[in-house]
Every structure is written in C-alpha cells, then in structure tokens.
Design a protein around this ligand. Sequence first.
Ligand SMILES: C[S@@+](CC[C@H](N)C(=O)[O-])C[C@H]1O[C@@H](n2cnc3c(N)ncnc32)[C@H](O)[C@@H]1O
Length: 234
Amino acid sequence: MQQSKEQRVHNVFEKISDNYDKMNSVISFQQHIKWRKDTMRRMNVQPGSKALDVCCGTADWTIALAEAVGPAGKVTGLDFSQNMLNVGKEKVKDLGLEQVTLIHGNAMELPFPDNSFDYVTIGFGLRNVPDYLQVLKEIYRVLKPGGMAVCLETSQPTLIGYKQLYYFYFRFIMPLFGKLLAKSYREYAWLHESARDFPGMRELAKLFERAGFNDVKYKPYSGGAAAVHIGKKK
Ligand SMILES: C[S@@+](CC[C@H](N)C(=O)[O-])C[C@H]1O[C@@H](n2cnc3c(N)ncnc32)[C@H](O)[C@@H]1O
C-alpha cells in the first residue's frame, strides 16, 4: 500500500534526526546559517513577546527566537517527530533556556487557541506538509492581530543555467551526500522531491494572501535556492 505524504515525511525525520544538524550544513554549503541570520534581522523580534516555531525539528530557530524574546518572553516549538524534538530538547536544556517549551503536534491542526502569538515561524517545514494552504491558515488563526508569520523555505531559482545546476545538484548529488554521510539515500531523495514540487516565490506569496495575510513580502537567498516570506495579520 502507498504511504501518505504525512507518513513518509514522518518516517524520514524520525530516521535522520541524529544527523540532521550536520547534514543541513553539508547540503546547503553552510548557506542556511546566513539565511537564518538575515531572516531574524528582518523580523526584529521584540523582547518579552510570544512566538511559535512550527515544524521546529531540532529547535535551531526556536533557540534563536528564545534568545531574541529573552527570559520575559515565551517560545513554543512544535513538531510531529519525537526523535527530532529529542535532539532539540537536549540543546535547549544545555543552554538553560527556560522560556522554551517543545511539544509534539501536527502543523495541520495547531493545538492553540486563536490569536495566541506575536510571531509564528516555519523553517524548511512547509514543503513537507500535505496541504500548504491549510497550514498557512492555521498559522494565521493562531497569530494575534498585528502579528507576523515568517516562512523560510527552499524555493525555485529562475536564472537559466543556475536553475539547471540547482536541480542537478538536488536530484543527483545531495542524495549521494545523504547516502555517504548519513546512510540515508532514500530520505535525502525525499528532499529533492519536496523541493521540486514546492511553489516558487510569487505563488507562495499568493498562498499567503489566500490564507488571509496582508502586506506579504519575500526575499530570495542564494539566487532563489531559498526564500523568506513574511506576512502580517491585520
Ligand atoms: C527540514 S525539517 C526543519 C526543522 C527546523 N525547522 C529547521 O529549520 O531546521 C522539517 C521538520 O518538519 C517536521 N514536520 C513535517 N511535517 C509536519 C507536520 N505535519 N506537523 C509537524 N511537524 C512536521 C518534521 O518532523 C521535521 O522536523
């Protein structure tokens, strides 16, 4: 029987959790660190605020948010892979960040009341969910009026030549890195499939608008290999 997208994604992350952090740097040639820093700078997170990091994985973005909101703020990280969360929990404990709570849950049905958070982030998570619009609507629902939603994700490069190189890399080279360094060829092949099927920047901005967001802005990173989208709830 064919696995659903959700089951497949769940199995992928349960399996690669121990190597996830190391592999992120290898497959993006360390570029993801720059993208994450620039995104945080654009967000200008205010101390004392309340943030939710959807699909938090091993909690890198959750931790950056916790440092920005400070001890007076509160950050919740949510993910459906217990193994990814366990790696994150160790990091949060080592850093003594008491303002962080990591919880097991599904992005498709966020277990929070309406209007709960000042910021909701989703980092390299949206392309993994079965219904992008449903998750964006959930993010919109749990944001407070005036709150900000931020999605950092792989995107579709447009420059001829670079685009072909990018697809070649994702399809053939990246899964080989996965096989050699993490003994997980099939799991890294999934990254290629999910990135290939994900909307380009403009289409994603339109989805943000369909979910209800205003003032949607986006910025490509590394020639469109990734992009950040920011939307506000009026
Ligand atoms: C590529 S990782 C990103 C982790 C982290 N946000 C980061 O920036 O490194 C994607 C994460 O999304 C989680 N995920 C995928 N689909 C999900 C869903 N429907 N609900 C909750 N978590 C999900 C996976 O378990 C995985 O930890």
